[in-house]
Design a protein around this ligand. Structure first.
Ligand code: ADP
Ligand code: ASP
Ligand code: MG
Length: 407
């Protein structure tokens, strides 16, 4: 007998028929003799609606209330799935984050899971009862509901699988696995049978939302047997595995894009020690995450420019902060752009094959796409480009790196 965690995302529980479909999948796992814990998201579109209500009601100074609102979507789906299972003759019980409890830190809106008390759940699982668990939510040290950041149900599922020492954690979604790029914008994307944790971590953090980044990091740390597959077909999915299990180390594994980016340039900064520290220190104190950074080399005694990318949602706040320090920093001007996308090429091949950067830059140049910022790491190269070229860039790079499926 195996212990299995299954996770179903928003589209998979998007209406009552789909919830019944999920219940059948859970039932067949139970009938195979396995213990099953199921983690569910809110119905597709629900969390977006809740987030916009929370924003529109008025200025929000207290993220605890944001969490009280946005956590409700999952409360509905756990109840519905538990009823659907019971009606199929499967013993099932719903669990909210605080009932388990899933303990998190105090960062409301983007909380991290610290521990999960699985004692009672284990006893119930042992009797054959299915645990239907609300994803995305936990219990903060202040005794209030917390949420894990958008896409957080993946992390709930992996954390539960780690805490229960589950044999498998299956992430069911609306595509049948991890692809070489988002199949919704590149029809020639190919499904991967396997991807390493490292590559998946890069793909997720660079925008491939098929798995939340934190869920991949957690699966890697706890060696969770992780698989992404479809709720709607029985096609085999993608296994996320350790690097040594990958045979073809020499490949580019995929192209990722992150559309919600912005770019900010501070022009005419004095070229002296401490300037970068002052700028990025103040941004960090205000919880603004900065990603790619370039500084132009100044000739002796001249001024310099610093350009960096950041999340589009943080741009207005960052501009305010930079403007407020114009006096102390002594720069000439600021230029901001909120219609940029980050495009990244990811793969182990970067370690061993020179020329990946060249292929990337030439491909973009041939399409007349200007590169605004570049950054690299051991297994990825990212560029910032105008948002209007996103699809063209993704498809062209996908073809240039030999990832296109054949006709
Ligand atoms: P769920 O609601 O099941 O969590 P998400 O919408 O969060 O589903 O994630 C699945 C989506 O991720 C797919 O519909 C697809 O458009 C997108 N996606 C982006 N990059 C990739 C990729 N490389 N492989 C597969 N899907 C991807
Ligand atoms: N419902 C949450 C969201 O939309 C969590 C999830 O789907 O993973 O972000
Ligand atoms: Mg998701």
């Amino acid at each position: 007998m195996a212990l299995i965690v299954q996770k179903f995302g928003g589209t998979s529980v998007g209406d009552l028929d789909r919830i019944r479909n999920v219940a059948s999948r859970v039932k067949s796992e139970v009938e195979s003799g396995n213990q099953v814990a199921v983690v569910v998201s809110a119905m597709a579109g629900t969390t977006n609606q809740l987030v916009s209500w929370a924003r529109d009601i008025g200025p929000m100074h207290d993220a605890r209330e944001y969490d009280a609102i946005v956590a409700t979507g999952e409360q509905v789906t756990v109840g519905l799935l538990a009823i659907a299972l019971q009606n199929m003759g499967v013993d099932a019980r719903s669990w909210l984050g605080w009932q388990i409890p899933v303990h998190t830190d105090e960062v409301h809106g983007a909380a991290r899971i610290q521990s999960i008390d699985t004692g009672v759940m284990r006893e119930r699982l042992a009797t054959g009862q299915v645990a239907v668990v609300a994803g995305f939510q936990g219990l903060a040290p202040d005794g209030r509901i917390s949420t894990l950041g958008r896409g957080g149900s993946d992390t709930s599922a992996v954390a539960l699988a780690a805490a229960l020492n589950a044999d498998r954690c299956d992430i069911y979604t609306d595509v049948d696995g991890v692809y070489t790029t988002d199949p919704r914008i590149a029809p020639r994307a190919q499904k991967l049978d396997q991807i390493s944790f490292e590559e998946m971590l890069e793909m997720a953090s660079l925008g491939a939302k098929v798995l939340q980044t934190r869920s991949v990091a957690m699966a890697m740390r706890h060696n969770v047997n992780l698989q992404v597959r479809s709720s709607f077909t029985d096609a085999p999915g993608t296994l996320v595995v350790n690097e040594d299990a990958i045979v073809e180390q020499e490949k580019i594994s995929g192209i990722a894009y992150s559309p919600d980016e912005a770019k900010l340039t501070i022009q005419g900064l004095p070229d002296r020690p401490g300037i970068a520290a002052a700028i990025f220190g103040t941004l960090a104190e205000n919880h603004i995450n900065v990603d790619m950074i370039v500084q132009t080399a100044a000739s002796e005694g001249q001024k310099t420019d610093i350009t960096f990318s950041l999340g589009r949602g943080d741009l207005a706040k960052a501009l305010e902060i930079i403007e407020a320090s114009r006096g102390s920093l002594g720069f000439d001007g600021v230029d901001a752009k909120d219609d940029v996308t980050k495009i990244s090429v990811v793969g182990m091949a970067m370690r061993s094959q020179p020329g990946v950067a060249r292929t990337m830059f030439e491909t973009l140049a041939e399409r007349g796409i200007n590169i605004e910022v570049i950054s690299t790491s051991e297994i990825k190269i990212s560029v910032l480009i105008a948002a209007e070229y996103t699809e063209l860039a993704v498809r062209s790079l996908h073809a240039a790196f030999g990832l296109d499926a054949e006709d």
